[in-house]
Design a binder for this molecule. Structure first.
Ligand code: SF4
Length: 387
């Protein structure tokens, strides 16, 4: 069977090389060609012996997910829709800022957690992504952006696992994918700049802390179990006390000295001053001044099926003030990519109707295609081959 080399971390690639009868160190060379240089054609890998290149051509490929569409926001945010087969699609979003470039990556097609305020959650769960499908998003985005900027240095400095899916419910693919992101022979990202965001899968938070501690974000959204049960159904299995206990344990090994709490601001649901005080009390009960966590307040991005609306700017301000005045570092997240539905909780809005994806895949003429993509091999089925 042909192997897609995007599916391997360095250890996996070394084992693959051994199966070909090659020395393990060849894997490092190969890894660099694929991830640092964006090569997908084995003939381009000039410092590999010709005999190895022949073996690779017979047994392996480097193929990223086909791109269905690309949308660029007026603020520079870019959203890609990737085809993962079976009528499913996933999304990735690049957010450029002055001092960093952040890529938001998906870990599953759909999501089983079904948070009430989340467009992906309303779509239902289709399947876990493979390691290669997770890494494919980074590989494609990094090398596309470098080409666009005509530069050889790294463009993506931060990765957040905050796209579609609950990453800790796809742990067996997440872990090797994180190792590829962190590997100095691949993307060399700092642990502090790779963030896994979870709705609170407590046992896997502990495992992540042991196996590969990167920055951690937790979707909180409520200061009591009754409300959180309603907003994040997983809370019925892992209630707040367990989630916050796991956060505190994680801090013993985390690369940062805080956990980030995400809090989606929902009008009349979780945004009152009293509820802000309840959140402060909750956080304080797990450690003195609350300096062990930071809060991101996210203005909700409405979608019709949710029946929810965004909190007013004054309510968000008042909520933020209660937290800040209590010594908790609090940021009101700027909405980015509003005009292309790339903001938090909006991912996969386009794929709610899967027949819509099929239609878009079959009507390629209507898809946004960027000519520069044509020189990047994004796989046999690449829509860009139509350019
Ligand atoms: S917020 Fe995250 S965990 Fe909740 S449904 Fe959406 S993708 Fe899943």
């Amino acid at each position: 069977m042909t192997a897609n080399l995007l599916d391997f971390d360095l250890e996996g690639l070394a084992a693959f090389c051994e199966r070909l009868g090659e020395k393990r160190f060849r894997a490092t060379q190969l890894f660099r060609w694929i991830h640092q240089k964006g090569a997908s054609n084995f003939d381009d890998m000039s410092d590999l012996a010709k005999s190895l290149r022949q073996k690779l051509k017979a047994t392996a490929v480097v193929i990223a997910l086909p791109v269905v569409s690309q949308h660029i926001s007026s603020d520079g945010t870019i959203k890609w829709l990737f085809d993962v087969g079976g009528g499913n699609a996933i999304e990735s979003v690049f957010i450029p800022e002055d001092d960093r470039g952040t890529l938001c990556i998906s870990s599953q097609a759909g999501c089983a957690v079904a948070c009430r305020f989340c467009s992906t959650g309303h779509q239902g769960f289709s399947r876990n992504l493979t390691v290669g499908e997770i890494i494919s998003q980074l590989w494609f985005a990094e090398h596309f952006l470098r080409k666009e900027a005509s530069q050889s240095e790294r463009v993506i400095s931060n990765v957040v696992m905050m796209g579609m899916g609950e990453p800790l419910q796809n742990y067996s693919a997440l872990l090797p994918a994180l190792r590829v992101m962190l590997d100095d022979h691949a993307y060399g990202l700092s642990r502090r700049r790779v963030t896994v965001s979870t709705s609170g899968v407590v046992p896997m938070m502990d495992r992540l802390g042991k196996d590969c501690p990167v920055a951690l974000a937790v979707s909180l959204h409520a200061g009591n179990n009754e409300l959180r049960n309603e907003l994040v159904p997983l809370n019925q299995k892992y209630p707040l006390a367990e989630v916050l206990g796991a956060c505190k344990r994680y801090l013993d090994v985390a690369p940062r000295d805080f956990v980030t709490f995400e809090y989606c601001m929902l009008n009349g649901v979780n945004d009152s001053v009293e509820q802000a005080k309840e959140v402060v009390k909750l956080v304080y009960s797990y450690g003195g001044t609350g300096s062990w966590c930071k809060f991101n307040l996210i203005p909700f991005n409405p979608f019709p099926a949710s029946g929810l609306t965004r909190s007013s700017p004054s309510a968000i301000e008042a909520f933020s003030r209660v937290l800040s005045d209590s010594g908790i570092v609090t940021t009101i997240r700027k909405t980015r990519g509003d005009d292309i539905d790339a903001a938090c909780g909006q991912l996969a809005g386009d794929v709610l109707d899967r027949t819509n994806v099929r239609r878009r895949l079959s009507q390629r003429g209507s898809i946004t295609i960027v000519p520069q993509f044509s020189s990047i091999d994004v796989g046999k089925e690449s829509l860009f081959n139509d350019c």
